[in-house]
Every structure is written in structure tokens, then in C-alpha cells.
Design a binder for this molecule. Structure first.
Ligand SMILES: [Zn+2]
Length: 466
């Protein structure tokens, strides 16, 4: 069979890897969107480098948009097969793809306004809500650790990757002639820390591995638990300075981990009696889905839930869905915590909160996630004295804290630990994807020391025989 890389090759987004069996069958691993502000991003997302109607089926590692985001576009262009994934991934994809469709439509409207003024042809959105509704029935849910026979040529087993709800390592067994070839695609790999979800689980020995390497050259904070750091920031901001703590957070994953952490502090009597707002409709929907999937929770979370059955709710915590209630938070002048999206602070309600609060030295901003260079969260994190919000410069007087504790991605030590379930002598080829070029080449050097002999860092569209 042949394996070709059409995204996340020496870059971090657009995950799409195409397997073509000798029989001609085509299996697509992930169907992710290219993200970022590069000029060619829209073009890369609007044309597939293969024929969508020729793909027989898709196996999806997890719901993040850079892994699932152009599925509705693929369906719009003729894909009719099944999309195999875990139940958590299917549930999250529903809300994430619908949210993405709204963004695609409003982005196209914005671009078309300018194009009309310039006398140019208008563009179509990548996809619409209708395309998402045509995609959702194609999802087929498979539980973790259960070998599912897709057809006479292929079976799949999902093992937990510990990255976000539903995230999985895709373990494929492909029958070609008399041979069974085992290919593992890690998707994104989570951290070995105390969190709501399970840590990454070992996966069966594979002949070929496609492994992510986002932080293949990085070591995360070494703090033992987030609770201690969070308690300190909350006390300094809300008790000593009597200010507001603003936290830009991704709606899915980070918001729930943060709420879980605050819930624990509250349960132990360590959280001051202040209001905590989760101001993001998507985060509220994601939290509801998270509650339904306790099969993905860590043993520690399940143990904690024996004492506190609702780990995402406590006295003082308020989920804010409507716009009016969101605006009302800005008018309240009392210590509180505001968690809002987006995580990079480039869009969403968080910008209103930052505009109102960032100029006040009583307040603090806590950056807990990855922020693309030049994004508002990145500018705040790197200590810019002035930041542009809604086209106007605002002086940063609030204190700024940052931590990468909540990163959903393993660092190089954790990635290496994750791979210790494999015997390197039995791995014929290891492909490194989902990382910047320099990072992946660096990670490759580290893994050569672990005994892996054939490590490839594929380029966009590069093809290998496996
Ligand atoms: Zn991911």
C-alpha cells in the first residue's frame, strides 16, 4: 500500500493522510482544516489534492478542527463513505463543525463585501450548516479498545490518546495478500498529568507509526498540580487587588479542565467566595457533552466524583449563554473570574472583556494555552505595553500570568514515554507529522537515540510505500 501526506507535513494544521491499498481502496486518516493567517490558507482548504468521491472511508483521530474541519467540504464535493471515530469525537464534531460552518459563512460575507467594492467575483464559503447536516449521518461510532472489522481488508481499534474528549490512536490492521500490516496513527497525544481525562494509553505494537510531534523539542512547566498556581493567581487578583481575573480559553478542553480545577479548589474550601463566569455558548455545549462521557475520565476524576458528583458545577459558577448576560458581567464592579473564548483572543466574547478590563491594574489576565505568534493572547503573554482590540490600542495595566500546564499536547519527554509501549526493532518506519519542520527534525534526532532506525519527516504530498 501507499501512504501520502496531504497536511500536517512539516506544519501543525491540515491533518490528512491518505492510504491507498494495492486493491485501489482509499482510506483517509483525518480530514483537517489548514488554520492560521497565511494568505494561501483559504486556497489550500478550498481544493483537495485528491478526488473526494474516490475516498472509500475516513478514520478520524479526534474532533479538533485541524483534524476534522473540512469533512463537510469533502461531503459537499462527493464523499459518501463512512467516518469511523469514537463516540466522544462524533459528539464534539457535531458542535464544532456547526460552529465552524457559521464562521465559514461569516468569513465569506466579510471577504465578499471587500471583493464587491474592488469589483471582483465573490467567493463561496467553504461549507454551510446544510453541508454539516449532510455529514453528520456518515459518522459511525466505535468504542475504545474494541477491534472493529471495517471490511475484508481492514480493521480498526481505537486506543485513548488522552488529548481531548474522544481522542484516539487509530490502530489499523490491513490485509494485503497473505500479509497483515499494522499501522498506528497517533493523532494528537495528551499529557501525563492529573486532569479530567485519562492519560495517553499504550497502543498495540505496530509495523508503521505516524506520530505527532507538536512539542517534540519542548519541556512543559514542571509544577506538580495546577491547583496551587491557580489558587495563588486567584488570591493575588481577587482577594489582595480586589480585581477581575480574565482567562482566554478554548471552549473545548481547556475550559472544562480549568472549571474542574476551580471546582476542586472550591470543594476543598480554597476558592474565595467570588463569582466565576464561563462566558461562551460553545464551551457550555462542550461541557454538557463532557458530562455524558465519563468513560473517558481518569480514575482520579471518577474517584473525586464519588465525593462530588458534578465536577463542572459549584456555588458561584455561572454559565453565560446569552449576549445580554455576557454584557452585564462588564458592568459589575466586583472581584470575579471570567473564562471566555477564543483561547487566542482573536475572536469571540473574550475581546470585549479584555477591552474593558485590561487597562485596570487591579485586574489580571491568565494565558493558559497556545497562542499563535501575533495573536492578541500572544501579544499580551509576551508583555506588549499596548495591544490592539477592535482596531484601537489599549494600554496593558493588568498583571499578566501564563502557564502551559493545560497544554493538550505532550512535550518531548511525554511523547517519548508514550512510545515506550513499542519495540523500536519491530517498527519498520516511523513518520513524524504535526509539528514545525525544525521541531520535527529535532524530535527525530531524539528518537534515533531511542533505537528507531527509519524515521521520516514527510513533506507535503510526499508518498511512501509501506
Ligand atoms: Zn488536537
Amino acid at each position: 500500500m501507499r501512504l501520502q501526506f496531504f497536511g500536517a507535513a512539516r506544519t501543525v494544521t491540515g491533518s490528512k493522510h491518505l492510504l491507498t491499498l494495492d486493491s485501489g481502496k482509499k482510506i483517509l486518516l483525518d480530514c483537517g482544516m489548514f488554520q492560521g493567517r497565511g494568505k494561501d490558507t483559504f486556497t489550500k482548504n478550498s481544493q483537495f489534492p485528491f478526488t473526494p468521491g474516490e475516498v472509500d472511508y475516513i478514520v478520524l483521530s479526534h474532533a479538533h478542527i485541524d483534524h476534522s474541519g473540512v469533512l463537510p467540504k469533502l461531503v459537499k464535493e462527493g464523499f459518501r463513505g463512512n467516518i469511523y471515530c469514537t463516540s466522544g469525537t462524533a459528539d464534539l464534531c457535531e458542535i464544532m463543525l456547526l460552529d465552524s460552518a457559521h464562521i465559514q459563512v461569516s468569513d465569506a460575507e466579510f471577504i465578499n463585501k471587500r471583493r464587491k467594492e474592488e469589483g471582483k467575483d465573490t467567493i463561496e464559503p467553504l461549507y454551510t450548516v446544510e453541508d454539516v447536516y449532510k455529514t453528520l449521518p456518515l459518522f459511525k461510532e466505535i468504542s475504545y479498545n474494541h477491534e472493529f472489522k471495517i471490511d475484508d481488508e481492514a480493521s480498526v481499534t481505537f486506543t485513548d490518546a488522552g488529548h481531548i474528549l474522544g481522542s484516539a490512536v487509530v490502530n489499523l490492521k490491513i490485509k494485503e495478500g497473505n500479509q497483515i500490516k499494522k499501522l498506528a496513527f497517533t493523532g494528537d497525544i495528551g499529557r501525563y498529568i492529573n486532569k479530567v481525562l485519562r492519560v495517553p494509553q499504550p497502543f498495540p505494537q505496530a509495523d508503521f507509526i505516524i506520530c505527532e510531534g507538536t512539542y517534540g523539542d519542548r519541556k512543559h512547566d514542571t509544577i506538580a498540580t495546577m491547583e496551587t498556581k491557580l489558587q495563588q493567581v486567584v488570591e493575588e487578583t481577587c482577594l489582595i487587588k480586589k480585581g477581575k481575573l480574565i482567562v482566554p480559553a478554548f471552549s473545548i478542553g481547556k475550559t472544562q479542565e480549568l472549571v474542574f480545577c476551580l471546582n476542586k479548589l472550591n470543594f476543598e474550601g480554597k476558592l474565595p467566595k467570588i463569582k466565576v463566569y464561563v462566558d461562551s455558548p460553545l464551551a457550555i455545549n462542550a461541557t454538557e457533552i463532557m458530562k455524558r462521557h465519563s468513560e473517558c475520565f481518569s480514575p482520579e476524576t471518577l474517584e473525586f466524583m464519588k465525593k462530588d458528583p458534578d465536577p463542572f458545577g459549584f456555588n458561584g459558577l455561572e454559565y453565560v449563554r446569552d449576549k445580554e448576560a455576557s454584557q452585564a458581567i462588564n458592568r459589575r464592579d466586583e472581584p470575579c473570574i471570567i473564562i471566555s473564548a477564543s483561547g487566542m483572543a482573536n475572536a469571540g466574547r473574550i475581546r470585549h472583556h479584555l477591552r474593558n478590563e485590561i487597562g485596570n491594574p487591579r485586574n489580571s489576565v491568565l494565558i493558559i494555552g497556545f497562542a499563535e505568534g501575533g495573536s492578541l493572547a500572544d501579544r499580551i503573554a509576551r508583555g506588549d505595553k499596548y495591544v490592539p482590540i477592535f482596531g484601537q490600542d489599549h494600554g496593558v495595566k493588568a498583571d499578566v500570568y501564563k502557564t502551559d500546564f493545560f497544554s493538550a499536547h505532550a512535550d518531548y519527554e511525554e511523547l517519548t514515554r508514550f512510545l515506550t509501549c513499542q519495540n523500536p526493532d519491530l517498527v519498520k518506519k516511523l513518520f513524524l507529522v504535526h509539528g514545525n519542520e525544525e521541531v520535527l527534525l529535532n524530535f527525530k534526532d531524539k528518537l534515533l537515540l531511542e533505537g528507531y532506525r527509519s524515521i521520516q519527516v514527510p513533506r507535503e504530498e510526499e508518498e511512501f510505500r509501506v
